[in-house]
Every structure is written in structure tokens, then in C-alpha cells.
Write a protein that binds this ligand. Structure first.
Ligand code: TPP
Ligand code: MG
Length: 234
């Protein structure tokens, strides 16, 4: 069991380049106390987060494990903060998932729920792109524009910050903990050529490979499009 645990930790360590979704999750796990309750939406980010996020006590990572619906992480986090105001709550969500439920931010404002919302901004439905790639298909309907989540936070009564490096993430997360309103930490996920190869492993991959590929997708999605076109059947 210990060997398995050690190999899991090794398989999902922070990116050697110093930035990427894996680093985001590791840093926040380090900054946020053990009593923090995290929630996760559906998407590539959740697959990776689920491998990395260490839960010292039960029921401290909440997610939709049955229907796997997008848009659930924010209301899950809001509900938890409402019932336990002294517990730090962090919401992990993809950019599309957050766009689905932007109105929930107004609820955070109105109920004065100081939730930390970490959005992984990759301008992609990364998990669906992964499936298209696994089927050797080119991108179809999975790319979209980058939303200014910092402006969105301000417009809805919270505070937002773009985060592109580990040190800023640490500082912004600490600042968020002392706020009495919600904070959006908009983590831009940059492309990285070294991760591209992992994406190739998506076909017929084990769950560990899929999680790693999901991580690569989030790190490198922009660089991969458009994918080579498949010849169409007549
Ligand atoms: C309500 C709902 N619609 C569609 C899906 C299918 N789905 C699962 S993940 C995903 C993409 C999510 O994109 P994003 O929120 O940006 O997260 P990412 O995969 O990029 O991390 C989609 C469309 C779903 N699970 N729930
Ligand atoms: Mg996305």
C-alpha cells in the first residue's frame, strides 16, 4: 500500500517547469489548512485534482461522482460555506463550468460567502477535447474565447486576480483567506511542448495515463489544435 501511495505521489508531482494545473493544486493544498473543504466540477481539472488533493479527514472533497455534472462545484461550495462559515472553502472549476453558473457568484455576494473560486482557464472543454483526440478526431466545438474572470468577479461584488505563477498563487490565496467576500483566482494554463507527448497516450490508456493526459491537455491545449484530420468515410 505504501509503495502504491508513493508511486501515486510521484506520478502526479508538480510540473518541473514551475507552472501548470498540477502546481496549482499542490500549492493550494499547501497553503490551505487541513480543515478546508474543497469542491470540484466536472472536467479534466477534476481528474487531475482527484489524484493530487490530499484529504486529511472524510468529506473534505465534494464532487458529483455519479452524474458528474458541470456547474455543481460552485453551489456545493456555497452551500457548505453557508452551513459552516468558519470552514475555509475552495471551489475548483473549469472555465466552461464557471461560465455555466456565473449567477451563483451573485449569491456568494448576497450571502457574504467568502469562498475561494479557483478557475482553470484553458479556453477549452478540455475533457471533451481529450475524448475527441482519443477518437483521432479534430477539435469540434470544444474551443472558446478567454473570459475576463477578474472583471466578472469585480462586477459581481467579489475580488479577482489573474495568476500565472506559483508565487503569485500562494500570495493571492493567502490574501483571499482574509477577505470577507468571494475571490476568483483565475489560473491561466499555458501550453507546454513537453506535455504534448502525454496526450498521445490517451488511446487505450490506463486511468493513471488518462489523468496525466488530462493534465497535459490543460497545460497544452492551445498548442495541439487543429488536430490532424481523419479521412472521411464516403
Ligand atoms: C451539465 C453538463 N454538461 C456537459 C457535460 C459534459 N462535460 C464533461 S466535462 C466537460 C468540459 C468541461 O470544460 P471545463 O469546465 O472548461 O473544464 P476542463 O475540462 O477544461 O477542465 C463537458 C462538456 C457535463 N458533465 N455536465
Ligand atoms: Mg476548460
Amino acid at each position: 500500500m505504501e509503495t502504491a501511495r508513493a508511486s501515486l505521489v510521484g506520478a502526479f508531482s508538480a510540473e518541473p517547469e514551475g507552472w501548470g494545473p498540477s502546481t496549482v493544486f499542490h500549492i493550494l493544498r499547501d497553503v490551505l489548512s487541513d480543515k478546508t473543504v474543497a469542491t470540484a466540477d466536472s472536467g479534466a481539472h477534476r481528474i487531475l485534482l482527484s489524484q493530487i488533493w490530499h484529504c486529511p479527514t472524510p468529506r473534505t472533497l465534494l464532487q458529483s461522482s455519479g452524474l458528474c455534472t458541470m456547474g455543481c462545484a460552485l453551489p456545493l461550495g456555497a452551500g457548505h460555506k453557508r452551513t459552516e462559515p468558519d470552514t475555509p472553502v475552495v471551489v475548483f472549476v473549469g472555465d466552461a463550468g464557471l461560465e455555466m453558473g456565473l449567477g451563483e457568484l451573485a449569491t456568494l455576494r448576497d450571502l457574504k460567502l467568502a469562498v475561494i473560486v479557483v478557475v482553470l482557464v484553458d479556453a477549452s472543454l478540455a475533457l471533451i477535447e481529450l475524448k475527441q483526440r482519443a477518437g483521432q478526431r479534430s477539435n469540434a466545438g470544444v474551443d472558446f474565447g478567454e473570459t475576463d474572470f477578474v472583471a466578472v468577479a469585480k462586477a459581481l461584488g467579489g475580488v479577482g486576480a489573474w495568476v500565472d505563477d506559483a508565487e503569485s498563487l500562494r500570495l493571492e490565496a493567502e490574501a483571499a483567506l482574509s477577505r470577507d467576500t468571494f475571490t476568483i483566482l483565475a489560473c491561466r494554463i499555458m501550453m507546454g511542448r513537453s506535455e504534448l507527448k502525454s496526450r498521445e497516450a490517451a488511446q487505450g490508456a490506463s486511468s493513471t495515463q488518462i489523468a496525466r493526459t488530462a493534465m497535459a491537455l490543460m497545460s497544452a491545449n492551445c498548442a495541439l489544435r487543429p488536430a490532424p484530420r481523419r479521412s472521411r468515410r464516403k
